[in-house]
Design a binder for this molecule. Structure first.
Ligand SMILES: [Zn+2]
Length: 269
């Protein structure tokens, strides 16, 4: 059974790789992607030269990993900084009937995110978490997310906007299924963005997840209203409903994929 599931995952992944058109296939593409990354995290990143990222604390981090051919499962486990831009994220209204290449935003370089937000398994994230009251007019439960990069403030703004939507729309946004959670991604074994405090899962009973359907054809289905997706994207969060390996409850803070600039300093908040 495990072998069968693995085979399905590999088959899905290979299909994606063949159809992928990397945005960084030329030097200009790499520079544009890294410009977007630096602009998205100006409090942490000082710049880049196309080969390395320079962090404000003096750390220098290569943007490319191994350049040999890698299978999709290997990419998920060993993505480089520039691999994070491999699949352009389709901001805005979304027609799933058109084929989508890959999982835009699902490739994450562990060193990059761990440096940015901390390693939850070493207790480096807890001290950066703050509580946010989610949909105070409607639900009022408390969720924990990071304050780094203003993530908690952005989620407060998102909550305020969803809170005043009609009930039939906002019903998909509560109760919250998960926010901060020090765990790995179910199918890849890699650190979950929930462990960095940058991700939130909405109402599980209104959600669909490819992994639940992995034993059969992963037929896409979505019940999250596009009004909710648009609000999250406006504030720098990508949606897992736009992944080939769809996860429609999942949103995570990835402003670099949306062309959204971050705050230059925490003091500006
Ligand atoms: Zn999630």
């Amino acid at each position: 059974m495990i072998g069968l599931l693995k085979g399905i995952c590999v088959a899905v992944g290979l299909t994606l790789l063949v159809g992928a058109a990397p945005v960084f296939s030329q030097d200009g593409g790499v520079r544009a992607a890294l410009d977007a990354l630096v602009a998205a995290y100006p409090a942490a990143l000082a710049g880049h030269d196309g080969k390395v990222l320079r962090w404000r604390d003096g750390t220098v981090m290569p943007v490319s990993g191994d350049t040999g051919a890698r299978t999709p499962p290997e990419l998920l486990r060993r993505a480089s900084v520039i691999d994070q831009f491999r699949f352009p994220y389709p901001r805005g209204s979304f027609d799933r009937s058109s084929a989508i290449d890959g999982d835009p935003g699902r490739l994450r370089n562990t060193a990059f995110f761990t440096k940015m937000y901390g390693n939850c398994r070493r207790g480096e994230v807890l001290g950066k978490l703050v509580s946010v009251t989610w949909l105070p007019k409607t639900w009022g439960g408390s969720i924990r997310v990071t304050s780094v990069n203003g993530v908690s403030e952005r989620l407060r703004a998102i909550s305020s906007e969803i809170d005043v939507l009609p009930e039939k729309i906002k019903r998909a946004a509560y109760p919250i299924a998960d926010a901060y959670n020090c765990r790995n991604v179910a199918d890849t074994g890699q650190p979950s963005p929930h462990g960095y405090g940058i991700a939130i899962d909405l109402n599980i009973s209104a959600s669909d997840y490819w992994y639940w359907r992995r034993a059969g054809a992963a037929v896409y289905r979505n019940r999250i209203p596009e009004e909710i997706v648009a609000i999250f994207e406006k504030h720098g969060f990508i949606w897992g409903g736009k992944w080939h390996h769809f996860d429609t409850m999942h949103f995570e803070y990835r402003p670099e994929l949306l062309g959204i600039d971050g705050w230059a300093s925490d003091a500006l908040r």
